[in-house]
Design a protein around this ligand. Sequence first.
Ligand code: V0V
Ligand code: CO
Length: 146
Amino acid sequence: MFTRIDHVGIAVTDLDEAVALYRDVYGFEVVHVGVVEEQGVREAMLRTNATGDGACSYLQLLEPTRADSPVGKFLAKNGPGLHHLAFGTANIEAAAASVTEQGLRVLYPEPKAGSMGSRITFVHPKDGAGVLVELVEPAQVAAAAR
Ligand code: V0V
Ligand code: CO
């Protein structure tokens, strides 16, 4: 059902500073910087590898665009750090339905727009052993299915 860890989401207070750390110190390639307004984030994707299904794994650095957003609230409570773990799937509707059948709360009735043309939803952290899990269907998977 899930084919890889698509990305690890990290909450940061200063996106440019965090990008410099992961790019210049750790050497990861920045493939995308953008705003997902619905989620209240300015975010950067840094590629960490390529996998056999044509998709990659990334680090996602997340700076809030407003204080009352999920990442804004998280930062106020915890400070910067690991925010979520995203599992990649070729079929987000099927994956969300399966997780829902197992009794976990999936946060959106329909997937929403994510970074780089992906479709995303989330599993509530209280149902996921304290980890906020994102389900993500990357854009290239959706395009290949058309
Ligand atoms: C909150 N909690 C977390 C957590 N955020 N636990 C683990 N990891 C996190 N990231 C805990 C929090 O400590 C509370 O526990 C409890 O959940 C309720 O939290 P809250 O602060 O009262 O906040 P809520 O309930 O208003 O919101 C929490 C949820 C919210 C998870 C529902 O953050 C949400 O809707 N997240 C999904 C959207 C999201 O995170 N978007 C940003 C990434 P106690 O204190 O009660 O024990 S956007 C993204 O990844 C994109 C665009 C992409 O990848 O493409
Ligand atoms: Co994410």
